[in-house]
Ligand binder design. Structure first.
Ligand SMILES: [Zn+2]
Length: 232
């Protein structure tokens, strides 16, 4: 957008709004005393985030998510959406909810919906499996069928590892950006996230040894280490 004197001007920031839609059949959470504070926090963070061209952030509650949350886009309105597990409304420490909302809005700011890399690996895996099936159907030499199948499995595994690594990097980037968003609304982002992450259950021994490579989310210890070294 260009201003009257030819300079680049920022698009107007539409005040963020929040609608809370409860996914539960009996709507037990719509009267939670936490909701006014949640709406205020979300509005403030969405405003600080300058999400471009958004009419607001839609917050929905989903009991099946328990204390987890995910970021997405509303299919009908294309509005940025945050889906919160209802257990988050009942946390002893209200900063847990603050951290989660800031983290999910950070995913929107950093455009973490787009994962082109995952599609490339998936397409390559499918093509190799089709090649394997085609070779089998055409009674090609056995070594061609075996080689194509092995290649498909190898590409699938490499793609899975690449996807989980990319996802973990996105999670760490969302934490770092959540710190900046919270700082922008006058909260101490680093202190908030550090205190909340320190209370999360530690990863299992198996996870620490090898399981982390297949996990799309970094362990709390990993997140804490990244926060301690991120000083942008
Ligand atoms: Zn996340």
């Amino acid at each position: 957008m260009t201003g009257p004197n030819g300079s680049q001007s920022r698009p107007p920031v539409v005040p963020a709004t929040i609608r809370v839609r409860d996914e539960g059949a009996d709507l037990p959470h719509t009267s939670s005393p936490v909701l006014p504070g949640l709406a205020h926090l979300t509005r403030a963070l969405a405003g600080a985030a300058h999400l471009p061209g958004t009419p607001g952030v839609l917050v929905t509650l989903d009991p099946t998510l328990k204390a987890d949350a995910v970021a997405g886009v509303d299919a009908c309105t294309h509005t940025p959406r945050i889906i919160l597990g209802t257990d988050l409304l009942h946390q002893e420490n209200p900063d847990q909810l603050t951290m989660v909302v800031a983290h999910e809005i950070a995913h929107h700011v950093l455009d973490h919906d787009a994962e082109p890399g995952a599609r490339v690996w998936s397409t390559l895996t499918s093509a190799l499996f089709l090649l394997s099936l085609g070779a089998l159907f055409l009674a090609a030499p056995r070594w061609i069928v075996v080689a194509a199948t092995d290649a498909a499995l190898a590409v699938h595994l490499i793609g899975r590892l690449a996807a989980t690594r990319a996802s973990r990097r996105q999670e760490l980037a969302a934490d770092a950006h959540a710190v900046r968003l919270l700082d922008a609304i006058g909260r101490n982002g680093r202190a908030t996230l550090t205190a909340c992450l320190a209370t999360l259950p530690a990863a299992s021994r198996w996870h620490r040894l090898i399981g982390w490579m297949l996990d799309s989310h970094p362990s709390p210890a990993m997140r804490l280490r990244h926060l301690a070294t991120d000083h942008r």
